[in-house]
Design a protein. Structure first.
Ligand code: PHE
Length: 439
C-alpha cells in the first residue's frame, strides 16, 4: 500500500463515488441521524446540520482528498511525506483512536441489525404492537449472548474483508448495493408519509424551532456531519490516494456529501412520520429506528419481504462503513508498526471487539465513546486537516492537485478562503462556545 508506483486505483468515476458514498452512508444516516435530530429539536437541528455539511463538510472532504492524492499514502505516511520531521502525523494517531472508539460502538449497533435481520426473517416482528416492538428492542440490545455473538459475527465479517485488501471488493459491492439501499429507503419514506398522522412528523423534521437550539445542539450537529461524512480521521484521505489524477476531486466531494445528506434526510422522512403516527417519542434515542421501522413494515403490503431486504441492506451499508474504519487502523498497524496485514487485522479487530463488549455491558461507555469520538475527535481532526492544507501546505501544490484537465479549478479561491479562514474559526467557535469560554 505504501508503494507509489503500483498503487491500486479505482476503476471508474462511478466506482470512486460508490465507494466514498459506501463509507459515508451507513448507520450514521439511518440510525444516528434520526435519533440525534429527534433529541435535538428536529427542524432547527436539520438546518444547522445542512449548513455544516455545506460550509465545513465539503471543504474538509476536499482537503482530505488533496492530502491522500498528493501523498499517495495512508494517513500517517501522508503527513510524514508532506511534512517530514514535523508533528503533523499526530493527526493520524488521533484518527486511529477515533476509528477504534467509533468501530467499537458501531459494531454493537451493526450487531443489532443482524439480530433484527434474524427476527424479520423468522417472522417475529409481524403483527406486533408498538409496545411489543419496544420490548423486543430492549431484549435484543440487552447485555446478552445474542448481542455478543452478533457483535463478533459482524467484526469477523469486517475483518475477513479488510484482511484480504479492500480495493476491488468494496468498489464492486458498493456500486451494486448503495443504489438498492436508496430505492428501499425511498419506498419506506413513501409508506411512512402515507400513514395517518404523518404530517406531524414532517412538521417536526422540517419546521425549525430555534428555541430548541443550545450550544450542545450545535456541537451535536457538527459532530453528526463529520461522523456521517466519514471525516476528520483519514478515511477520505486514504480513498483520495486511490483516486486517479483524471478525476475531479471537487465534483466527487460535492456529490458524496450531497448524496449522504440526501439519504439521511430520506431516513428522517421515513422515520418521523411513523414516530408520530405510532405514538413513539422522537427523543427515544438509540432505539428510535429499531422500534419505528418494524412498525412501518407491519403497515406495508409486502412488509415481510421489505423488512428482510431492508435489514440486509442496512447491514451491508454498515459493513461498507466499518471496513473503511478498520482499514485506517490496519493500515497504521501494518505499515507503521511493520506487522503483517492479516496479523494487524486480527489484533485490531480483537481489541475493538473487546471494547465493543464494554459498550454492550455499559450504556455509559457506549454513549461516551459515541459522543467523544464524534463530537470531539472528528471535528478536532477536521480542524487540523484544514489547518494543514490551508496554512502548512504550499498554495501552489494544493492548487495543482485540484486542477481539472490542466486548468485551475473554478472553485479554488472560494475553497481556499474557506479552509484558511472560515472552517478553522467555525470549528473553534463551536468548541469554545460549548466549553462556555465564549458565548
Ligand atoms: N459515515 C459512517 C456512517 O454514517 C460512519 C463512519 C464514520 C465511517 C467515520 C468512517 C469514518 O455510518
Amino acid at each position: 500500500m505504501n508503494s507509489n508506483t503500483h498503487r491500486e486505483k479505482f476503476g471508474s468515476s462511478f466506482g470512486v463515488l460508490a465507494t466514498a458514498v459506501g463509507s459515508a452512508v451507513g448507520l450514521g444516516n439511518v440510525w444516528r441521524f434520526p435519533y440525534i435530530a429527534g433529541e435535538n429539536g428536529g427542524g432547527a437541528f436539520l438546518i444547522i446540520y445542512i449548513a455544516f455539511v455545506l460550509l465545513l463538510g465539503i471543504p474538509v472532504m476536499l482537503s482530505e482528498f488533496v492530502i491522500g492524492r498528493k501523498s499517495q499514502k495512508n494517513i500517517f505516511g501522508a503527513f510524514r511525506t508532506l511534512a517530514p520531521g514535523k508533528p503533523w502525523f499526530t493527526i493520524g494517531i488521533m484518527g486511529v483512536v477515533a476509528a477504534f472508539l467509533i468501530l467499537s460502538f458501531y459494531s454493537v449497533v451493526a450487531g443489532w441489525t443482524i439480530e433484527y435481520l434474524y427476527l424479520a426473517a423468522s417472522n417475529s416482528l409481524t403483527g406486533k404492537t408498538p409496545q411489543a416492538l419496544q420490548d423486543i428492542f430492549s431484549a435484543s440490545s440487552a447485555d446478552s449472548w445474542y448481542s455478543i455473538i452478533s457483535l463478533i459475527v459482524f467484526m469477523l465479517a469486517t475483518a475477513l474483508i479488510v484482511k484480504t485488501g479492500i480495493g476491488k471488493g468494496i468498489e464492486k459491492y458498493s456500486k451494486l448495493l448503495m443504489p438498492m439501499l436508496l430505492a428501499i429507503i425511498i419506498l419506506l419514506a413513501i409508506r411512512s408519509l402515507t400513514l395517518e398522522g404523518a404530517s406531524e412528523g414532517i412538521r417536526f423534521l422540517f419546521k425549525p424551532d430555534f428555541s430548541k437550539v443550545t450550544t450542545g445542539v450545535v456541537l451535536q450537529a457538527l459532530g453528526q456531519s463529520f461522523f456521517s461524512l466519514s471525516l476528520g480521521m483519514g478515511v477520505m484521505a486514504t480513498f483520495g490516494s486511490y483516486i486517479s489524477k483524471k478525476e475531479s476531486l471537487g465534483r466527487t466531494a460535492v456529490l458524496v456529501s450531497l448524496s449522504d445528506t440526501f439519504i439521511a434526510i430520506l431516513a428522517g422522512v421515513a422515520i418521523f412520520p411513523a414516530v408520530f403516527a405510532f405514538g413513539i417519542a422522537p427523543t427515544e434515542g438509540t432505539k428510535l429506528v429499531f422500534i419505528t421501522l418494524p412498525n412501518i413494515f407491519n403497515q406495508m403490503l409486502g412488509g415481510y419481504f421489505f423488512s428482510v431486504i431492508f435489514f440486509i441492506l442496512l447491514l451491508i451499508a454498515a459493513l461498507t462503513s466499518s471496513i473503511s474504519l478498520l482499514e485506517v487502523v490496519v493500515a497504521y498497524f501494518s505499515e507503521e508498526l511493520h506487522t503483517s496485514r492479516p496479523k494487524a487485522t486480527w489484533i485490531a479487530s480483537g481489541a475493538i471487539s473487546a471494547l465493543g463488549l464494554a459498550c454492550i455491558k455499559s450504556t455509559k461507555i457506549f454513549s461516551l465513546f459515541d459522543s467523544f469520538s464524534s463530537n470531539i475527535l472528528l471535528p478536532l481532526g477536521g480542524l487540523c486537516i484544514v489547518l494543514f492544507v490551508g496554512w502548512y501546505m504550499k498554495k501552489q501544490l494544493v492548487k495543482q492537485e485540484l486542477e481539472e484537465n490542466g486548468k485551475p479549478a473554478l472553485y479554488f479561491r472560494a475553497f481556499y478562503i474557506i479552509i484558511r479562514y472560515v472552517a478553522p474559526f467555525a470549528i473553534l467557535f463551536v468548541f469554545l462556545n460549548q466549553l462556555g469560554i465564549i458565548a
